[in-house]
Design a protein around this ligand. Structure first.
Ligand SMILES: NC(=O)C[C@H](N)C(=O)O
Length: 306
């Protein structure tokens, strides 16, 4: 059953004209993660590089393609976690970097901290030699249009976002049995400047523990934070539930308790995986035993050779 990698491209509703791009992006990312794992790479390398590929893909709300804050600017959040040591790294409200996930990994590897935010994160990026990119290079026409559409006084940006979320994430188990997760996002449309979502918060926007499994979520960040979604799923798995059962229980709880919609990708140490969501759609893909699985609507699990 090992190795395995599972990726998601955000819970929500994918507009028809973007569906093919989203699925193609998922397949490409899962193939990259699987190739890294098959050549002996670590779960951490696999999740970070798949997420970086998705950050570079303008079809998703992460890196290039991020949604804009109220002022029309890009502020991004990202997190990585290593299930072997529970080492983790995150950045929040970071600006002008192409790959926040690389910066999150550097926070884990090169500092004694777990999360760096805003200007401090940018200073750290400069110190690590990560080039600053022009903000414009991260902004797509689509993101700008959605920002403008949601500036009207009767707009409902949360509703619009539940429409089309697009955060990206990955979980993986490598041939050594090590587990990792990574999540990256531009956040919620027209969020207040400085808003920090679930993504960089350990236990909310991701968690990985070799003894239990790993989760990368997507959805309404404020709801995810209220119920600490990722760790809640792993708690259910510690109590003997499968990744699928644990995900469904936690997503149902989030819907009932705080009216939050979302989705997750999950693995356990044996390589059992799940891609589950309470939103209308969530593009996802998984690669295991030379098979690529993928889907976007409830009940879908298409397969083809990797
Ligand atoms: N698209 C998302 O999944 C949004 C992300 N969870 C956030 O609230 O920042």
């Amino acid at each position: 059953m090992l190795p395995v990698v599972v990726v998601h491209g955000g819970a929500g509703h994918v507009p028809k004209e973007r569906a093919e791009l989203s699925i193609a992006g998922m397949q490409e990312a899962a193939r990259l993660g699987y190739a890294i794992l098959k050549s002996g790479g670590t779960a951490m390398d696999a999740v970070v590089e798949t997420v970086a590929m998705l950050e570079n893909n303008p079809a998703f709300n992460a890196g290039r393609g991020s949604v804009l804050n109220l002022k029309g600017e890009v502020e991004m959040d990202a997190l990585v976690m290593d299930g072997r040591t529970l080492a983790c790294g995150a950045v929040s409200a970071v600006r002008r970097v192409a790959n926040p996930i690389h910066l999150a990994r550097l926070v884990m590897d090169k500092t004694s901290h777990v999360c760096l935010t805003a200007e401090g994160a940018s200073q750290f990026a400069r110190a690590m030699g990560i080039p600053e990119v022009p903000e414009e290079s991260l902004i797509t026409d689509y993101a700008r249009k959605r920002w403008k559409d949601n500036l009207h006084k009767d707009a409902n940006p949360v509703e619009c976002q539940i429409g089309k979320m697009g955060t990206v994430g990955a979980v993986a188990v490598d041939v050594q049995g090590n587990i990792a997760c990574a999540t990256s996002t531009g956040g919620m449309i027209n969020k207040m400047e400085g808003r920090v979502g679930d993504t960089p918060c350990i236990g909310c926007g991701g968690y990985a523990d070799n003894q239990i499994g790993a989760v990368s979520p997507t959805g309404h960040g404020e709801a995810i934070m209220k119920i600490v979604l990722s760790r809640l799923i792993l708690f259910h798995m510690e109590q003997g539930k499968s990744p699928k059962e644990a995900s469904d229980m936690a997503l149902a709880y989030m819907k009932e308790r705080v009216s939050g919609l979302g989705g997750v990708v999950v693995v356990d140490p044996k390589g059992t995986w799940a891609a589950r969501f309470s939103s209308q759609q969530m593009p996802w893909a998984a690669a295991q035993q030379e098979q690529l699985h993928y889907g976007m609507f409830h009940g879908e699990d298409f397969t083809e050779p990797v």
